[in-house]
Design a protein around this ligand. Structure first.
Ligand SMILES: C[C@@](CO)(OP(=O)(O)O)[C@H](O)COP(=O)(O)OP(=O)(O)OC[C@H]1O[C@@H](n2ccc(N)nc2=O)[C@H](O)[C@@H]1O
Ligand SMILES: Nc1ncnc2c1ncn2[C@@H]1O[C@H](COP(=O)(O)OP(=O)(O)O)[C@@H](O)[C@H]1O
Length: 285
């Protein structure tokens, strides 16, 4: 049997860091939502007791470092599965970009193999397993829009944000999440208004969503990679309604409602930026 499954990227509408924990992680509060930019995974059952990763992208690890591999291994070990699986990853989401591409591949693998191997886990159980792989995997299992707390694994579902376009621009650099968290100075953080964002989403208030976007990691990434700040300024200048860096970066996204403006911003960014996408928010899981 084989199964095809989509693994969508996420953006952070807010990202707040509340403190450093004794386990080396940071306590965070983030409003995240999935967007229509997705990797495509094909899961093929094989008789041999093995996990194989296939991908045309040179940025995708083909071994146990791959988060999809780790997801399959976790299920195999936890539920004593003897069958194997071949996982083909058609990579569309830029890698190491702040868009949770690897985490989403892991989440899709958990969900797909849960079906293929008829394990019968609930979404909550899959999310709990996912959080053993990485902080963003639990959110990716749920998808849609949510508040993520703890180190990212405590999920409270939210309604979809008001509909709009999302333009994403990724410079040619990749960013290490642990390096960005590692360089964070807690005394200099600019905290976003998470509650204000949640209220704006609840009230379907597009201007409120735009006003309350904020990311406590922007300062660290901007000072290390000034080209990320440059892209943010350009996107603002081209007329996006609100612009923010996603996750630890370097991808910058802008929200836009008017389609005429969307084309202008897209074409303007294409002139100097490595990868540019215009997609819709998915909003719901
Ligand atoms: C910043 C965020 C925002 O959504 O995303 P990305 O930029 O990676 O997309 C996440 O917090 C990233 O989640 P994820 O990429 O899954 O992180 P993990 O693999 O669990 O952790 C990588 C490293 O980041 C640091 N880390 C991660 C999460 C957290 N709450 N505190 C941390 O300090 C730790 O140094 C950890 O070793
Ligand atoms: N399936 C995967 N797709 C992309 N990257 C992966 C995958 N599995 C492991 N990785 C590794 O995870 C790291 C972070 O990648 P990614 O999830 O794309 O970024 P981010 O955490 O910034 O959203 C990369 O260094 C990459 O080598």
């Amino acid at each position: 049997m084989k199964l095809l499954i989509k693994a969508p990227a996420k953006i952070n509408l807010t990202l707040d860091v509340l403190g450093k924990r004794s386990d080396g992680y940071h306590e965070v509060e983030m409003v995240m939502t999935t967007i229509d930019l997705a990797d495509r995974l094909e899961l093929n059952e094989v008789k041999e007791d093995k996990i194989a990763i296939l991908s045309h992208s040179r940025y995708v690890p083909g071994d146990e470092r791959n988060l999809a591999y780790q997801a399959a291994k976790l299920l195999k070990e936890r539920f004593s599965i003897r069958q194997g699986v071949e996982i083909s990853i058609n990579k569309v989401i830029p890698v190491a970009a702040g868009l949770a591409g690897g985490s989403s591949d892991a989440a899709a693998t958990l969900k797909g193999l849960n079906e293929l191997w008829q394990i019968g886990l609930s979404v909550e159980e899959l999310a709990a397993l996912g959080s053993e792989i990485g902080s963003d995997v639990a959110f990716c299992v749920h998808g849609g829009t949510a508040l993520a707390r703890g180190r990212g694994e405590k999920i409270t579902k939210l309604p979809p944000p008001p509909s709009c376009w999302v333009i994403l621009a990724k410079p040619s650099i990749g960013v290490s999440t642990s390096e960005i968290y590692g360089n964070l100075d807690m005394s200099r953080i600019q905290h976003p208004d998470t509650e204000g964002m949640i209220q704006a989403i609840m009230q379907k208030d597009y201007e409120g969503v735009c006003q309350h976007m904020g990311n406590a990691l922007e300062g660290v990434t901007f000072s290390k990679y000034p080209e990320v700040l440059h892209i943010k300024k350009q996107m603002e200048r081209f007329g996006a309604d609100s612009v923010l860096m996603s996750g630890s970066g370097p991808t910058v996204f802008g929200l836009v409602r008017r389609e005429s403006r969307l084309h202008r911003i897209y074409n303007g960014l294409r002139g100097f930026c490595h990868q540019v996408f215009a997609v819709r928010m998915l909003g719901r899981s």
